[in-house]
Design a binder for this molecule. Structure first.
Ligand SMILES: [Zn+2]
Length: 176
């Protein structure tokens, strides 16, 4: 099984959202990407880690690799600092992408106890222009104090990574 894992944004060039403590989304997503990849490799998946500054570089890398599933990892941000929780996006409902999003979403809610904002659709380039079923996970809100605390904690980040990896293996176990 070939899996592409994308850490959103690019350290040094595009920090992504920044929390009140200065925590940068790109640093969190890079760490989560590496951890998810490590867990998936332990169960013999063929994993590529993709972190690029341009969106077309991300989708090209995934498509050239021949990924069978694509997962982009982000941290959410909102003007309202009370917004918090986890949401997972697929490009359209009714397919493998939606099921993958559901598997990852429920594993994160189960293990981290974050607010369940559900599975949603979006016209994001990374999930639209990839050739395989693709999702974008908004792990938690870096703009919310409590969520930022989770994202800053390496033990919690490891739980996020394990939950994402389990979501992927859950989907594969059910059959694509
Ligand atoms: Zn992002």
């Amino acid at each position: 099984m070939k899996i592409a894992i994308n850490g959103g944004h690019y350290p040094g060039l595009d920090s992504g959202a920044v929390g009140a403590t200065g925590l940068q989304e790109a640093i969190v997503t890079q760490d989560l990407m590496k951890r998810v990849a490590r867990y998936l490799r332990t169960v013999w998946y063929d994993v590529t880690e993709i972190q690029e500054n341009e969106l077309y570089q991300i989708t090209d890398a995934s498509n050239n690799f021949g990924a069978e599933l694509f997962i982009s990892i982000h941290c959410n941000s909102a003007a309202s600092t009370s917004a918090r929780g986890t949401e997972t996006y697929c490009y359209q409902l009714g397919g493998v992408g939606e099921r993958l999003a559901g598997c990852i979403q429920s594993q994160i809610i189960k293990s981290l106890g974050t607010v369940d904002r559900g599975v949603k659709t979006a016209n994001f380039a990374v999930i639209r222009d990839t050739d395989c079923p693709a999702v974008l996970v908004e792990t938690a809100f870096i703009s919310n104090k409590e969520d930022e605390k989770l994202l800053a904690d390496s033990t919690k980040r490891d739980e996020f990574a394990k939950a994402i990896a389990r979501g992927i293996t859950d989907l594969v176990a059910m059959g694509l």
